[in-house]
Design a protein around this ligand. Structure first.
Ligand SMILES: CC(C)(COP(=O)(O)OP(=O)(O)OC[C@H]1O[C@@H](n2cnc3c(N)ncnc32)[C@H](O)[C@@H]1OP(=O)(O)O)[C@@H](O)C(=O)NCCC(=O)NCCS
Length: 399
């Protein structure tokens, strides 16, 4: 049977405010965070009948406890979607939500679904990185990877070694700018519309309401960062100030075929152009976005010069700078993370992909002169993922 590949659109995305591990969500379940995101998507899109959601894919890196039990299915049921809506769990560590988006989008393009919910959650306070893992001893004994590959901060130090031009001062300056841009985005109310407030509960402090990103440190100066320890290597370059932290949070988005969106009266915020995932040396996993971007650009028939809006996940400043240096883009290029990134907001691993997409959708809304943008992130064990999107508000479309 001949099939046509269908266009896929990003209809809407939301996220919880991100928390510091042991902070505002210390006594909040991980699954409750993502359930609230799904409910909020349904509330914001009353023209989307819940029974039209054909699949729910939710990512988590640590799939045990309140992030286990096939979280896409349990979250769908608990969010009030009909029992007939299936769901599943997905894992590609930091690119979990990104992979939930690309995998379900491929299902839409193929014709298996009309509308899906995709997202991710990570409660790093309840589930510390590496909880319960049992790496096959062969990985180390057969030297498939260097031991440093299993500690993300060490891979960032290795990346500094590979790019000697990326100094600690440059990484710190990038981190200061991320905090400044995030504070400005908050002041301009560009982030808050994409957040869903979360009721929190503390045995000691009672009920609360999380409405803002807890990790942000507005007013950070280069002088502050210069004093911080380098926990991954003596006299290293990676610090708590130029890395994303240990965070809790969840994201979710609605994707649809262009036809289903039109039928239901849903206005697309972005149109999917292409995506690519790539593997690199695990001990320098931060370079992953470069080959992933090459794959996505090639598939789209575009070059990096066609991309006018970037959302690069800031797991570590050095990894963003390596990406920018590869493409000859300045550290402070205004097209890159104009509202700040994970260094300011936090990086609850498997949730972050949709945060990037939400911020790119805001860039598209604010910048109708932009046609193409990309979201990209590095991934543990040596991978990168990139998704290229087209702006439906692009002013050139009319001419
Ligand atoms: C880097 C890391 C080890 C730091 O952990 P931590 O020591 O618990 O971090 P903290 O938030 O307590 O910060 C450490 C110190 O730096 C200070 N600090 C952090 N950011 C700062 C900023 N922007 N300005 C000033 N001080 C700052 C803190 O106040 C703290 O000071 P203190 O020790 O006097 O209390 C941790 O955040 C980490 O592992 N990050 C990477 C996460 C990761 O690998 N993600 C996956 C990516 S692929």
């Amino acid at each position: 049977m001949p099939r046509e590949i269908r266009d896929v659109v990003f209809v809407d995305g939301v996220r919880t405010p991100f928390g510091k591990a042991k902070g505002q969500y210390a006594e909040t379940r991980a699954d409750d965070l993502v359930i609230k995101c799904i409910r909020e998507l349904l509330r914001r899109n009353p023209d989307l009948p819940p029974e039209r959601v054909d699949e729910v894919a939710i990512a988590a890196t640590t799939q045990i406890g309140d992030q286990g039990l096939t979280i896409g299915r349990t979250a769908a049921l608990l969010a009030g979607l009909p029992q007939t809506t299936p769901g599943y769990a997905i894992d590609r560590m930091c690119a979990g939500a990104m992979t939930a988006v690309t995998t379900t989008a491929a299902g839409i393009a193929f014709g298996a679904y009309d509308v899906v919910v995709a997202g991710g959650v990570e409660h790093m306070g309840r589930h510390p990185m590496g909880e319960g893992v049992d790496p096959n001893p062969r990985i180390i004994s057969e030297k498939l990877v260097d031991t440093s590959a299993l500690v993300m901060g060490s891979t960032a130090e290795n990346l500094h070694d590979r790019f000697p031009s990326i100094t600690k001062d440059r990484a710190d300056a990038y981190a200061v700018a991320s905090q400044e841009k995030a504070a400005k985005a908050y002041a301009n109310d560009l982030i808050q519309p994409g957040l869903v407030a979360i009721a929190t509960r503390s045995a000691e402090q009672g009920w609360g309401l999380a409405t803002t990103d807890e990790p942000m440190r507005p007013g950070t100066t280069a002088g502050d960062l210069a004093k911080l320890k380098t926990p991954f290597r003596p006299h290293g370059r990676v610090t708590a100030g130029n890395s994303a932290g240990i965070n809790d949070g969840a994201t979710a988005c609605v994707l649809a075929s262009a036809e289903a969106a039109a039928e239901l009266g849903l206005t697309p915020k972005m149109k999917l152009v292409s995506y690519g995932f790539a593997g690199v040396e695990p001990e320098v996993m931060g370079v992953g976005p470069i080959p992933a971007t090459e794959k996505a650009l090639k598939l789209a028939g575009l070059t990096i010069d066609d991309i006018q809006a970037f959302e690069v996940n800031e797991a570590f400043a050095v990894q963003v700078l390596a990406f920018l240096e590869h493409y000859g883009i300045a550290d402070d290029d205004p097209r890159v993370n104009p509202y700040g990134g994970a260094i300011a907001y936090g990086h609850p691993l498997a949730s972050s992909g949709v945060r990037l997409m939400n911020q790119l959708a805001t860039q598209f809304e604010q910048r109708p002169e932009v046609r193409y943008g990309l979201t990209t992130m590095c991934v543990g064990l040596g991978m990168g993922g990139t998704v290229i999107w087209e702006n439906p508000n692009w002013e050139g479309a009319a001419s």
